[in-house]
Design a binder for this molecule. Structure first.
Ligand code: NAP
Length: 267
């Protein structure tokens, strides 16, 4: 056990929104009941996310706050320097989760990961987390890190169910966090998802999120406006065995995030 407790659904913050929209959306998400907020150096909105937390009625101590070190900042001195810069932008003394965003560019496990351990030892980072790793890269990282891996974040949704990485997470005791859990909106008209949604009189987005929760996956959908509360309401949607069997037998595969950034997981 790593001690990391994540609510069933978190809130993602990657997108082209303006500064004010991010601040207001993060505040709205927290006021609506989200307690896990995911940002990254790459999103260039840490200051706005921090402002959103302060603007909300929720105390910082109740929020599981995650950020990620940019792949170009993974040399050890840069990990230390840029993580402190992230904390300054967020306006916090520590983050709950710090991810290696991608095992690419400046990532060198022998030097990058001890820098994460040092931040963990200093109390600037509560939980060391990884993103976009393969099982082999997870094995390697776990053999180097002193701190336990608390979460592994990858693209995951009904058209990219990540069975191998889910089994790996269960076996090794970390959480599987699903990014792009709605496939960035590109999978929401799938007929099987639409059929399950119609049966329960909910949206296909809610079906995607309830599917993840039913499989012990932590989805972090990005949303603005009314989607914020719609997505959180998926926690009260209970899919039955037939629904899950229908979704789990979808054979099409679709990956919506595929940047030319280095090695990443493949099904
Ligand atoms: P996503 O959450 O699958 O999809 C976001 C898109 O879906 C937005 O266009 C949003 O539009 C729309 N949407 C949200 N709720 C909806 C609903 N109920 N009905 C219809 N459309 C809805 O994609 P994502 O932003 O790529 O992934 C989520 C988070 O994961 C990111 O924000 C980021 O925090 C993280 N992430 C991490 C990595 C990584 O490498 N670790 C990569 C990508 C993403 P509106 O804004 O209009 O609501």
């Amino acid at each position: 056990m790593t001690g990391l407790e994540l609510p069933p659904i978190g809130y993602g913050t990657s997108g082209d929104e303006t500064d004010a929209v991010w601040t207001d959306s993060v505040a709205a998400a927290l006021d609506a009941g989200y307690r896990h907020v995911d940002t990254a150096q790459m999103y260039e909105n840490e200051a706005q996310v921090g402002a959103g937390i302060r603007q909300s009625s929720v105390d910082r101590s109740e929020v599981v706050l995650a950020t990620k070190v940019h792949p170009t900042n993974l040399a050890p001195d840069d990990v230390r320097r840029t993580t402190r810069e992230s904390l300054d932008r967020l306006g916090v003394d520590s983050v709950d989760m710090l991810y290696v965003h991608w095992p690419a560019r400046a990532y060198d496990p022998e030097t990058t990961l001890p820098a994460f351990d040092a931040l963990h030892d200093e109390g600037l980072v509560d939980h060391v987390c990884l993103s976009n790793f393969t099982p082999a890269l997870l094995d390697e990282a776990r053999s180097i890190l002193d701190a336990p891996v608390a979460a592994h974040q990858v693209e995951c949704h009904p058209l990219l169910p990540q069975r191998e990485l889910r089994a790996y997470a269960e076996q090794h005791g970390h959480r599987l966090v699903a990014y792009s859990p709605l496939g960035r909106g590109q999978i929401l008209d799938h007929p099987v998802l639409a059929e399950v949604a119609a049966k329960h009189d909910v949206s296909t987005a809610q079906v995607c999120l309830a599917w993840a929760v039913a499989h012990d996956i932590v989805p972090i959908p990005k949303a603005t406006g009314t989607h914020i509360t719609e997505n959180l309401a998926a926690t009260s949607l209970s899919l039955d065995t037939a629904d899950l069997a229908a979704i789990d037998s979808i054979e099409e595969r679709q990956r919506v995030i595929d940047p030319d950034i280095g090695p990443w997981n493949r099904e």
